[in-house]
Design a protein around this ligand. Structure first.
Ligand code: DX5
Ligand code: ZN
Length: 224
């Protein structure tokens, strides 16, 4: 099922429970949580204690995007804090196969993330193992950046490979997503559309989630 996935990076962190309540009312089925370490990306966000607090105030699955240089060291802490899904960057995981298996061994879904300049071809020998692939449509680190259209090509290639090899990983996109490009992203074969500023900086986040979900559902109907 195609889903709009709010990224809480753009929410008001002083009122996080209220902000999450808004997107829940809008029908969101998953929350995207950006973890930045100030090394892999030039920004810092939150750590396990905040994830643990979020876990207590929502029943929605937590989709953690680890933008950190040492995923093997920190993934266990985020699993303990309540992550349902963990995505690690291809560019940060030195032994990606081991990292993915270690996360899955703990009963948590594991995915790999590609930066805009990393080709989909690098995933040939891990696709059969991962639960999802996250395609970055901005360079990671900040909300509110412009969408890089080349991500659409990468999604089409991935979706083609998924069909050809009869694999069942999900395809996720992150960065610069809003109502204006939702339809073409869905038509390219994407399942989960992460959106931060488009949702939380809108006047009515619940209505924006609903509107984007509606556009996405209509685009699925015409997907070839
Ligand atoms: C960027 C983060 C994104 C961010 C997207 O590094 O990974 O999840 O929240 O924000 P928007 O939707 O504003 O581009
Ligand atoms: Zn993200």
């Amino acid at each position: 099922m195609v889903q709009i996935v709010p990224s809480i990076l753009s929410a008001d962190f002083a009122h996080l429970a209220d902000e999450i309540g808004k997107v829940e009312r809008g029908g969101a089925k998953m929350l995207h949580v950006d973890i930045m370490d100030g090394h892999f990306v030039p920004n810092l966000t939150i750590g396990p204690p905040v994830v643990k607090s979020i876990r207590k105030i929502t029943g929605l699955p937590l989709d953690l995007h680890l933008m950190i240089t040492d995923p093997d060291k920190f993934a266990p802490l985020f699993i303990e804090a309540g992550a349902d899904r963990i995505s690690v960057h291809y560019e940060a995981a030195r032994h990606l196969d081991r990292t993915i298996r270690a996360i899955q061994h703990e009963g948590v879904r594991a995915g790999v993330v590609l930066n805009p300049a990393t080709p989909v071809a690098m995933l040939e020998d891990i696709l059969y193992l991962v639960d999802h692939v996250l395609i970055m449509s901005v360079n990671p680190g900040f909300e509110g950046q412009a969408f890089i259209p080349n991500a659409l090509k990468k999604i089409r290639v991935l979706d083609g490979e998924r069909k050809e090899r009869r694999l069942d990983f999900s395809i996720e996109i992150d960065g610069g997503v809003g109502a204006a490009n939702t339809a073409e992203i869905v038509r390219s074969g994407c399942d989960w559309l992460v959106a931060g500023s488009a949702i939380f900086h809108s006047a009515d986040p619940a209505a924006t989630v609903k509107e984007m979900q509606h556009i996405a559902d209509n685009a699925v109907a015409v997907r070839v």
